[in-house]
Design a protein around this ligand. Sequence first.
Ligand code: ZN
Length: 259
Amino acid sequence: MKMQFNRSTVAVAIALASAPLFAMQQAPANQEPPKPAPAKQEPAKPQEKPKQETPAKPEAKPAAAPARMAPVSIPVTGLTPEGIEKVKGSLTALKQPVWVCPACKEMSDAKGTCTACKKELTAENLPVFATVTPDAKAGTVNFTLAEGLRVNLSELERALATGGAKVDTAKLTLAGNSVLMVQGPTSEEDAKKLETALKSSKLFSNVQIDHKAESRDYKIMATAGEKAPTQAEIAKAVEQVGNGFKLVDVGWYAPKRLG
Ligand SMILES: [Zn+2]
């Protein structure tokens, strides 16, 4: 007859052998038989053994956050304690004419009816900034735009000029979403060339060109890449396309919250 030793018989033998020692060291009431070492268990791998009893739940999506614009910081030169009040006043006075639905607040650049509630849109002139702070010491103007509105660099420059200050365009970077206003040749072939050049420039993660046939104006919605490009780098990339392409203005916009 063969003696069979398996893991549990060994564990029991050890438990019996050590029992008297335990009895001497511990009060009998607390005595517990030592547990055999549990067999090492590999955690079940979900790919190999899909569990039938837990059906896949649809991924919980976080509630859509309201579309908010990240604060923008513009480098500025010539901002003095004396000029700052004028600059602040001029910036605060910047407005954008828009057509707004009286019911759902849908906005449009043109007169018409609301696409959602079919109501007649009403003309309004809204302050573009939610917040705007010129800082003479830091040499910056920090701002956030009001929902759905936009501001161009040329407008900022005019406002700053009232207090003798200027945008430091050499240091200006365009993070996040911005609009590039470009002028150039009119053909669709050239439009394609501009698009290809900007997309391969690595300055942006996304580029969308809005160009009407035979127009010299190109409006480009651009999203900065990982590293925000400077305005100077963008201007250079546009000029390098050739045929007289040039960057004439840049702008920032705050998306309109939906719903
Ligand atoms: Zn509406």
